[in-house]
Design a protein around this ligand. Structure first.
Ligand code: ARG
Ligand code: ZN
Ligand code: CA
Length: 242
């Protein structure tokens, strides 16, 4: 589907403090990161180790900012219960079958973000990103400052599983990604060997691992196939169609 899927994005900003009312420049920086990461034009794509360069993907999906919706709130911090997506306390999504809705808000409990997989309720479809991990300028801070939280969450929104399959040596249902012991954090030294069957080198630089933003810079071709399948006729996100 390279070049044929263009995703309109509506960003819903919920703010209690002035800082949480993130700037348009910060919002646009997140759209830029998504376009780079999903088109293999990210500057660090070339850091992909030779072992994986044959499976490193140009997913070929573009993102276009369509609108920004802002709302002041009394809520100090949000959880993963979808309250930010309801019109009463939060902002209801804009036409979720044809628009990727993103919410920027202050997440509690150190949560960077979360996503809804394809096939769920329209009313809660989209991705949520903590305002301090949204984009790569403005209020971003720490090791999640390059906009990769959204790349990871949009990966989930496009049906990708965590690379370790959320289990010890679990499956992500993608054959060209190695089996990982568990989640990786920080920026692991290369090569990092798995103790799973075959002791493969782990693809710690994959967006669907849990490393710092600077440690993740590629999707695989198998992951691209799972994402592509959503957008064809009959696919779970065919509203964005080709
Ligand atoms: N913990 C979150 C999730 O499972 C996001 C992790 C994003 N990682 C990052 N380096 N930005 O969806
Ligand atoms: Zn995740
Ligand atoms: Ca795999």
């Amino acid at each position: 589907v390279n070049g044929k899927v263009e995703i309109p994005v509506v960003v819903n900003v919920l703010y209690k403090t002035a800082a949480e009312n993130i700037s348009l420049a910060q919002i646009q920086s997140q759209i830029d990161v998504l376009n780079e990461d999903f088109n293999a034009t990210n500057a660090d794509f070339s850091s992909t180790p030779a072992l994986f360069s044959g499976v490193a993907a140009n997913v070929g999906i573009t993102f276009v900012l369509q609108n920004v919706v802002r709302k002041s709130t009394k809520t100090i911090s949000w959880s993963t219960n979808d309250a930010m997506k309801s019109g009463t306390k939060g902002i209801a999504p804009t036409t979720p079958t044809t628009v990727l809705n993103m919410w920027s808000c202050n997440m509690g409990g150190g949560i960077l973000g979360y996503a809804q997989f394809p096939g769920g309720s329209s009313a809660t479809d989209g991705v949520v990103i903590d305002n301090n991990a949204f984009g790569r300028t403005g209020t971003v801070s720490g090791v999640y400052n390059l906009g990769r939280t959204a790349t990871h969450e949009v990966g989930h929104w496009m049906n990708l599983r965590h690379i370790w399959g959320d289990a010890s040596c679990g499956s992500d249902m993608v054959s060209d990604t190695p089996t990982h012991d568990t989640a990786n954090y920080g920026v692991p030294a290369y090569p990092h060997y798995s103790t799973c069957t075959g002791t493969p080198v782990e693809m710690t630089m994959n967006y669907m691992d849990y490393t710092d933003d600077r440690g993740m810079y590629m999707f695989s071709n198998g992951q691209k196939s799972r994402m592509d399948a959503l957008f064809v006729t009959g696919g779970a996100r065919s509203g964005f169609g080709i």
